[in-house]
Design a protein around this ligand. Sequence first.
Ligand code: DX5
Ligand code: ZN
Length: 219
Amino acid sequence: MQKIKISPSILSADFSQLSLEIKKLEDAGADMIHVDVMDGHFVPNLTIGPPVIKSLRKHTNLIFDVHLMISPVHKYIESFSNAGADIITFHPEATESMHETIGLVKELKKKVGVSLNPQTPIDLVKDFLDKIDLVLVMSVHPGFGGQKFMPEVLSKIEDLSKLKKEKKLAFDIEVDGGIDFDNSKLVKKAGANILVSGTTIFKNNNGDIKKNIDALRTG
Ligand code: DX5
Ligand code: ZN
């Protein structure tokens, strides 16, 4: 199996001490930090924006895996890049031109990801797979942490993995939403190589972050 990376979502962290939470994740062996950005419009919830990312940037060298759930997304890409995002992931429904938004992220020398909601078909990203770095498969409806994993997205991960092999492409397959110690095995088997997790990492085993990251990675 390919190397599995864990991207903890700070949506489940203590927002009053985010830099300390990130330090804990770093010490526990997290591969990157998943930052969920919500606008109360594209999704029915509000979280954080570029100033928070910028202030956290000085506290860690870990990759900032920024998941933009905002619409229209294009005009904000540069702000997130300037704030210190390393991977910028957006939803196809949030831009007028996938081509232009992918191009802009690349121009800014950042990695680019495209996220598919549970009901969004692979077709929307198919023609761009050779141009992007990552596909983020949502296994819940975006908007909130702590939701239940939707097993119907497993076939989408399998299909993407098949396409990746057939076309000899290198994009990462990341899965996000409701990941626990059981379904983590299923998504890895289906072909995902990056697992996002908020609730399981921060809340299980009395918040033993290292134990939880290790269990998601190797379990
Ligand atoms: C949902 C977010 C997820 C979420 C993951 O809209 O994109 O990243 O925070 O959290 P859990 O692991 O609690 O589902
Ligand atoms: Zn996310």
